[in-house]
Design a protein around this ligand. Structure first.
Ligand SMILES: Cc1ncc(COP(=O)(O)O)c(C=O)c1O
Length: 390
């Protein structure tokens, strides 16, 4: 009989470089493989399982919803989509939400909305969007075109016109490239896939200042940084900034596909009937998952705990000789190593019962937000012993 991996590779498109691990089930922040070996999860499925595996309240909310109403078209209303949107707006201070199913879709919505805002007000010709070198915005043609990394601009020609790349933290480059063809600047406060690089406050200040003077929208891609990942609900709070449009996905529904595009005052009416849509967007089951995640993150002291846990990670990692520096904010952690390769460390970690990620040449950790202290210490014992091995 074929192994699971043989069957998988026979039938599933080989578009990922996968580790040879079959995950069978999970509970809390630990999961088991097909042979019942245990793993501590420091990756949360790339920042998705915000509350770990199969959290009780979250699972109950989803099961209740699935037994009540699993889907209806966006031609009708549901109470759960209204609740979810209200909670998102109350939590973030935004006015309106468009629901979709992924980060790339949330960014597509942001790109379309920025162009429409500009078209409605100024007519054609003001469609360019500035994005940053080393950014990552998704895998659709538009979001790949927006992504500021040449390695993503291959095979699928022609890419979309209308994206101009500026070097992150380079105000002169920004000033030179912003002109009256530009309708938006799109950025990640912390470039995730690009290597967990936090943008400088002075650069972000300059972006917001120039954009507000010229009625250019700021789009914050918080697909990776949002929903409590950094210890605040939105990473923009660290910079004292609220973008006109913010996109979310990954952890928002705790492991059910959902993306959300949040609209501030200026753009809250930009999408009118028929201009954008999604069959699955705002799906009741996804909304029930998101409400459970939002209620947990908004509960008393939850984000304070995220920050305390982040401190423990950083303190222990910075005490390790092989660690050169630790980047990111909160539980979005990039580890630069002095000698070892991040890829080798991730492989060894897996062999030793720990799931970690990489981003460029860094080991990247995006643990579930509700990880407990003993799980952090057990996982770090494994990681640090690998890092300190000769
Ligand atoms: C900042 C950012 N934007 C967009 C995306 C794309 O999200 P998705 O894979 O859900 O389409 C990602 C995924 O890693 C991301 O990190």
């Amino acid at each position: 009989m074929d192994s699971i991996i043989d069957k998988f590779d026979k039938y599933v498109m080989h578009s990922y470089g996968r580790y040879p691990l079959v995950i069978k089930n999970g509970s809390g922040r630990r999961c088991k493989d097909e042979n019942d070996a245990n793993y501590i999860d420091f990756g949360s499925g790339i920042g998705v399982n915000a509350l770990g595996f199969c959290n009780e309240n979250w699972s109950r909310a989803i099961c209740n919803q699935i037994q009540t109403l699993q889907h209806n078209s966006n031609y009708y209303y549901t109470a759960i989509q209204a609740d979810c949107a209200e909670k998102l707006c109350n939590t973030t201070g935004y006015q309106k939400v468009f629901f979709c199913n992924s980060g790339a879709e949330a960014n597509e919505c942001a790109i379309k909305s920025a162009r429409k805002y500009s078209f409605d007000k100024y007519g054609k010709g003001r469609h360019n969007i500035i994005t940053l070198v080393n950014s990552f915005h998704g895998r659709t043609i538009a979001t790949l075109s927006a992504t500021g990394q040449d390695s993503f601009h291959n095979y699928f020609f022609p890419f979309l016109e209308g994206f101009i790349n500026v070097t992150a933290n380079d105000v002169d480059d920004l000033s030179a490239k912003i002109d009256d063809t530009v309708c938006a600047v799109m950025l990640e406060y912390i470039q995730g896939e690009g290597g967990v690089n936090t943008l400088e406050q002075s650069f972000i200040d300059a972006v917001f200042k120039i954009c507000s003077e010229k009625d250019i929208l700021v789009i914050a891609d918080e697909v990776q940084t949002g929903v409590g990942r950094t210890g605040k609900f939105l990473a923009g709070e660290y910079f004292d900034k609220k973008a006109d449009i913010t996109t979310l996905a990954k952890g928002i529904a705790g492991g059910i596909p959902m993306g959300a595009c949040l609209f501030g005052e200026k753009v809250k009416d930009v999408l009118t009937p028929g201009t954008h849509g999604s069959t699955f967007g705002g799906n009741p089951v996804a909304c029930a998952g998101a409400v459970a995640v939002l209620d947990t993150i908004n509960s008393d002291g939850f984000l304070d705990e995220v920050n305390k846990k982040a401190d423990l990670f950083r303190k222990r990692l910075l005490n390790c000789n092989e660690v050169d520096s630790v980047s990111g904010i909160g539980l979005m952690i990039g580890i630069s190593l002095k000698h070892k390769s991040a890829g080798d460390v991730a492989k060894k970690a897996l062999e030793n019962g720990l799931l970690v990620l990489t981003a460029k040449n860094k080991v990247r950790l995006l643990p579930p937000l509700n990880i407990d202290y003993s799980e952090i210490n057990d996982g770090l014992d494994i990681l640090i012993s690998i890092l300190e091995e000769n």
